[in-house]
Design a protein around this ligand. Structure first.
Ligand code: MG
Ligand code: MG
Length: 312
C-alpha cells in the first residue's frame, strides 16, 4: 500500500501500533506534542521536528539564518505546548555535497540566535549526506506538570496565545515570486519564515487543562484536543482575532481571512483551554459536552475541524 493513502495521521497511527511501550516510567508516549517520562520525580519532555528541503521549505525562499531559527522555534513550540521549558537538543543534518560551508554556517548562526533567545543548548548530533537539505532537531525539556491534549473539560474557556493565519498568507506571498514586495508584505512573510515559539506563555500553560501548538491550523489542531479530550469545542466567530495585516492581505488579494485564521497552519501559537479566565491571550470560545469543533456565528453552528494541513 502506498503511504499516501494513509495520510500523515493514518501513517502515525499504523507506526505507533508497531511499538508497544512497556516502560512504567513513561508518563505519555505517542500522540501528544511531546512524550514525557518521569525520572526520579522529574518530568522530562522529548520531541523532534524536521525541516526538509522541498517539503518544509524551499531553499530560495528562506534565508539560511531564518531556516536555523525556524528549526529551533518549531521544536521549542512543542515543548511549551506541554507546559515545559527547553533544556537540551541533538541536531542531525544531512546535506548534498555541493552545498557551501557558508550556507550551513548561516543556518547555524540562526540556530545559535534561537538557542540564546530560548535559553537552552544543543549538545550533540550527527551529520550525513543526502540529495536534499535536511535538518532534524531532537529536543528535551522539563516541566512540573504535563499539559496534554486530552485534559480539556466541559465548561473550559478556549484561548489562543496570538493571531493565526499570517504564516499561510506569508507563504502565499513568497510563492507569488514578486520582484518587489511592499514593506507590509515583507512583514507578513516574516510570520512564515521567522516564527517565534510562545515561551512567554509557559506559566499560563502550566495552569491550563489542555494545550496544543498550532502547526497544522487552528481548527485542525483544536480537533486533536476535541478528540483526545472527548469534548465539543465551540469557537465564536466574532471573538476570533483578525490581525490588521491579514485583513490588508485578504482585501488586496480578495481572500476570506477566516480561511487563514482557521486553516492556515505553521502559526506556532498555542491553543489552550482553562477553567478560569486568563489575562493573557485571546478568548475565542468554550468547551461543551459532545464532539466536534464548531464555529458559531450568531445562532449558526458550522463544523470546522476537517480541513487541517498535512505535510504528506
Ligand atoms: Mg505540536
Ligand atoms: Mg511540531
Amino acid at each position: 500500500m502506498e503511504i499516501r493513502k494513509l495520510g500523515e495521521f493514518g501513517l502515525i497511527d499504523k507506526l505507533t501500533s508497531l511499538l508497544e511501550i512497556k516502560d512504567k516510567d513513561v508518563v505519555v508516549g505517542f500522540g501528544d506534542d511531546c512524550a514525557c517520562v518521569n525520572i526520579e520525580g522529574k518530568l522530562i519532555l522529548f520531541s523532534s521536528d524536521i525541516q526538509i528541503e522541498g517539503v518544509h521549505f524551499i531553499k530560495e525562499k528562506i534565508s539560511p539564518k531564518n531556516l536555523g531559527w525556524k528549526l529551533v522555534s518549531v521544536n521549542v513550540s512543542d515543548i511549551v505546548a506541554c507546559g515545559g521549558i527547553p533544556r537540551w537538543g541533538l541536531i542531525s543534518i544531512a546535506v548534498p555535497e555541493n552545498i557551501t560551508f557558508e550556507y550551513i554556517q548561516e543556518v547555524y548562526t540562526g540556530i545559535k540566535e534561537a538557542l540564546d533567545f530560548y535559553n537552552f543548548s544543543i549538545i550533540g548530533g550527527n551529520t550525513s549526506k543526502s540529495e536534499k537539505i535536511i535538518f532534524d532537531l531532537f529536543i528535551t525539556g522539563e516541566t512540573d506538570r504535563f499539559i496534554s491534549r486530552s485534559g480539556a473539560k466541559e465548561g473550559d474557556f478556549v484561548y489562543i496565545s496570538g493571531y493565526t493565519g499570517l504564516s499561510r498568507a506569508g507563504l502565499e506571498l513568497l510563492l507569488m515570486d514578486k520582484n518587489n514586495y511592499e514593506s507590509w508584505e515583507e512583514e507578513v512573510i516574516s510570520f512564515h519564515t521567522k516564527p517565534v515559539a510562545r515561551i512567554d506563555f509557559v506559566d499560563v500553560i502550566r495552569n491550563a487543562n489542555s494545550c496544543i501548538d498550532i502547526s497544522d491550523g487552528l481548527a485542525g489542531d483544536l480537533g486533536h484536543i476535541e478528540k483526545q479530550s472527548k469534548v465539543k469545542i465551540v469557537l465564536e466567530k466574532e471573538k476570533l482575532p483578525v490581525h490588521p495585516l491579514l485583513e490588508k492581505y485578504c482585501k488586496k488579494y480578495n481572500k476570506n481571512p477566516y480561511d487563514y485564521i482557521l486553516y492556515g497552519g505553521e502559526d506556532y501559537q498555542l491553543a489552550f483551554t482553562t477553567s478560569q479566565k486568563k489575562e493573557k491571550g485571546f478568548l475565542i470560545g468554550y468547551v461543551e459536552k459532545g464532539e466536534g469543533v464548531f464555529l458559531k456565528e450568531k445562532t449558526n453552528l458550522l463544523r470546522v475541524e476537517e480541513k487541517g494541513f498535512e505535510h504528506i
